[in-house]
Design a protein around this ligand. Structure first.
Ligand code: 3PG
Length: 205
């Protein structure tokens, strides 16, 4: 597959309480025109949800997010994850991501971390936490001295602020959880999630 940065303008960052919930969310995202999902390893059901989505919703590209320990990479790959995302990067985490053989976006928040990733041969990065770390202004400033790095900014981004990020030449997509509001998930309002996905899918890079 190509880089996770190139698949959708908005990468939905999702927390699933159960595998069934993950599948329902994945179906709602596809119905709205967003065929990719970052399922975060933040609940005991996360790996089961990844496995169920990979089995039951083959039209979506399912990735594993919140990879915070080296061991997570293999667990996620074995569950069927097709790409991996980490909120930050350590040396051992980066090795585990590389060893997985899957496309991945390691998290960075400083210029030194961007340079370390480039030294390791990695150009496609998650900028996290985007809003707290300088937002679009940070990415604009980085584009001058480090033009080869490309980003998926995530963290505090909304439907209103996404377009400013997507207009930047070093941004491939933005990530966010605003497509799956907790109350919509709790009440099973999958139509609302499809509507939010459709709005996000229409954003131009
Ligand atoms: C992530 O893991 O990428 C973030 O928690 C998503 O950030 P958001 O919830 O502010 O969109």
């Amino acid at each position: 597959m190509s880089s996770p940065l190139e698949i959708v303008p908005v990468l939905p960052v999702v927390v699933a309480g159960t595998a069934e919930e993950g599948v329902a969310i994945a179906r709602a995202l596809v119905a709205g025109g967003l065929p990719a999902i970052e399922l975060t390893l933040r609940t005991p059901a996360a790996l089961d949800a990844i496995r169920a989505i990979a089995d039951e919703v083959p039209e979506i590209l399912v990735g594993a997010g919140t990879i915070t320990r080296p061991g997570h990479a293999k667990l996620a790959a074995d569950a069927g994850a097709q790409f991996l995302v980490s909120p930050g990067t350590t040396g051992s985490l980066l090795h585990a991501l590389q060893d997985s053989g899957l496309p991945f976006l390691p998290g960075v928040a400083t210029v030194s971390e961007v340079l370390a990733a480039l030294e390791a041969g990695v150009t496609d990065l998650k900028f996290f936490p985007a809003e707290a770390s300088g937002g679009a202004a940070f990415l604009t400033a980085v584009a001058g001295p480090v033009p080869t790095a490309r980003f998926c900014p995530t963290g505090g981004i909304t439907a209103a602020t996404a377009p400013a990020y997507l207009a930047l030449p070093n941004v491939g997509c933005v990530g966010g959880s605003w497509l799956t509001p907790a109350d919509a998930v709790a009440s099973g309002d999958w139509d609302r999630i499809s509507m939010l996905a459709a709005e996000a899918a229409a954003l131009v890079r």
